[in-house]
Design a protein. Structure first.
Length: 596
């Protein structure tokens, strides 16, 4: 890989065409393929911009979801390949995109060092040898795709008949990627879906060729070692290899937040570090045996990357994580929302994010999936939600129906953010004759849900002038809390330079260490959970809370031992980190003492 960082998936629309903007520079990014309506509209948009033929794939056509995804991914791949080959033919030393490719590379890269050496090479008539070597070793960034495993809506035809397991949302998305001409990775997140994981067996690109090469790889986004191993073993027994584990902070991340049972990022990474080789050996044995049963013999041993993402904010943090935990890469997501060259953020949202503060970011129950969701107070989606409540019309029209999971009132699932569901649920609430405070609390719980299907696409439509008449322009945005410390709008060169320590865009910004930030997010999560559970306290709930508290405390103890090993920070920085740990530990003890 050219770069040591990748850009994770950013909502639905924010990074849907990021590869077209960055892949030619060797930067890998991730496209969400949840929304086939979005990718079809983006295919039409980019086909027109690139003067390419476009034949629409209509909603009523056979296998339209998979075919739309395949067509869009093929467009991305073909165009990125064209851009990259064109870039490689540009002249050196003329401030061209070719020079920019090398300028963006990390300083420790062999390719970057070769480029710098070429500038000093004294023999002009032989410099073409250098140039050819550099061009031949350039790599374009990967166009990876993301599927949230459990966003797997069942689909029915116009007569109400179930269309079959292979046509559920997640499986059709997988089929769309598998049938594309991409040679990249499928990133599976949000836990294990056995039906989806088993369906991977159907597609030959996930199996190695005679040289052991995988045209399509599997990456698991995970929040702890145990779940990573369970999922990887399930796949290995089917002859499917996990090429990378992307360890993501449970709470210090963007999008949906999957809080662990108090396990913190540092101890999780330590476990991966200590058990990495044993895991590789165990999985390889299972994998080879499964491949043998399918008549496939591996020529070489499979490789496995481990990377981390969520809350990384400085090059020093990035460097420490890479070196101390022997990682292969890092993910930088939310900061790229402030890079217009990289992502689809409309002007209003862009300037709100650029001017934001810590208290603008919070974990909410806004997602219809019933999973914690990182939210932003200034979003136009949040304003729209409040306005609809004031008008006595809470909820959203449900058009896309990707997150329909509730059957409390209906035979077929509906979305808890929909106007239909919230109307029915409030009617039910009105019959309970609850005290005013309790009624209001439950009402807020019902109406907190928002339409992510529309909200997470709106910014892409606005920025690209694609909004249809009467289509909502309310934007939902879900950055991680780390974005609060980035103030301003950045160029791609500035953000990449910041990641690699060439410049510091956070100069004079007071920002906690990423481990401390996540620790405090977990303590706050515990406080909120205790306030909820106290109404229906039980021995079982007490055990869960104590386990959570003990895991957090173990994390604090781990960080105290880790401090002397953080050798790329100043002593003042380490002293402050220790003081922050003690303060956090005091808050944790005060919380749990209240239980006694």
């Amino acid at each position: 890989m050219s770069h040591t960082f990748h850009i994770p998936v950013l909502g639905l629309g924010f990074s849907v065409d990021t590869p077209l903007k960055l892949a030619r520079y060797g930067i890998s990014s991730t496209v969400s393929i949840v929304d086939d309506e979005l990718v079809e509209r983006m295919r039409k948009h980019h086909s027109a911009k690139l003067n390419l033929p476009y034949t629409p794939i209509y909603k009523n056509e056979t296998d339209c979801r998979a075919r739309r995804i395949t067509a869009y991914l093929n467009l991305l791949n073909d165009e990125v390949t064209r851009q990259f080959e064109e870039l490689k033919q540009l002249p050196f030393n003329q401030n061209s995109d070719l020079d920019r490719y090398f300028d963006l590379l990390p300083p420790q890269s062999n390719l970057k060092q070769g480029y710098d050496l070429m500038q000093e090479y004294p023999y002009e008539n032989r410099r073409h040898i250098f140039e050819n070597i550099l061009r031949n070793n350039m790599k374009k960034g990967a166009i990876d795709v993301n599927i949230m495993s459990k966003v797997d809506k069942l689909n029915f035809d116009t007569d109400g008949q179930y269309t079959g397991d292979e046509n559920t949302d997640a499986l059709a998305s997988l089929r769309g990627f598998a049938q594309s001409n991409l040679e990249s990775s499928l990133i599976l997140s949000a836990g294990m879906n056995p039906r989806l994981y088993s369906y991977l067996e159907r597609f030959k690109d996930f199996y190695p060729d005679e040289k052991g090469h995988l045209r399509k790889k599997i990456i698991l986004k995970v929040s702890d070692f145990r779940s990573a191993l369970i999922q990887a073993k399930f796949l290995a027994k089917k002859g499917l290899w996990v090429s990378e584990f992307r360890v993501e902070s449970g709470l210090n991340c963007g999008g949906h937040a999957f809080a662990t049972e108090g396990l913190l990022l540092g101890p999780i990474l330590e476990e991966f570090k200590q058990k990495r080789q044993a895991m590789l050996t165990e999985l390889s044995t299972m994998y080879n045996a499964a491949l043998a049963d399918k008549g496939i013999t591996l020529a070489t041993s499979p490789q496995q990357r481990i990377s981390v993402q969520g809350g990384i904010g400085t090059s020093l943090e990035d460097n420490f994580l890479m070196k101390h935990y022997q990682l292969d890469g890092t993910g930088w997501g939310s900061p790229f929302l402030l890079v217009p060259e990289a992502t689809n953020v409309d002007d209003e949202t862009l300037h709100q994010l650029a001017d934001s503060h810590e208290d603008d970011y919070y974990v909410s129950a806004a997602s219809p999936l019933g999973i914690l969701f990182n939210n932003f107070k200034g979003s136009t989606m949040e304003k729209q939600r409040i306005e609809r409540i004031k008008k006595g019309r809470p909820g959203s029209p449900c058009v896309k129906k990707y997150l329909c999971t509730n059957t409390e009132f209906t035979e077929q699932p509906i979305c808890t953010a929909s106007r239909e569901y919230q109307h029915l649920k409030i009617k039910q609430l009105d019959t309970l004759a609850l005290p005013v405070a309790e009624y209001q609390e439950q009402l807020e719980t019902i109406t907190e849900k928002v339409c992510l299907c529309e909200g997470l696409c709106a910014s892409a439509y606005i920025k690209n002038n694609m909004l249809k008449p009467r289509e909502s322009n309310a934007v939902a945005v879900c950055p991680g809390p780390n974005l609060a410390y980035f103030s301003g709008v950045y160029t791609l060169d500035e953000m990449v330079g910041h990641i690699y320590g060439k410049i510091n865009v956070l100069q004079n910004i007071e920002r906690p260490n990423l481990f401390i930030k996540e620790l405090n997010l977990y303590i706050e999560h515990l406080r909120k959970d205790m306030n909820i559970q106290v109404r229906e306290w039980s021995d079982k709930k007490e055990k869960l809370i104590l386990k959570f508290k003990d895991q957090v405390q173990a994390g604090i103890n781990y960080y105290k031992q880790l401090l002397p090993q953080i050798n790329n920070q100043t002593q003042d920085y380490l002293n402050k980190m220790y003081q922050d740990l003690i303060i956090s530990e005091t808050h944790l003890k005060a919380l749990t003492q209240a239980m006694v």
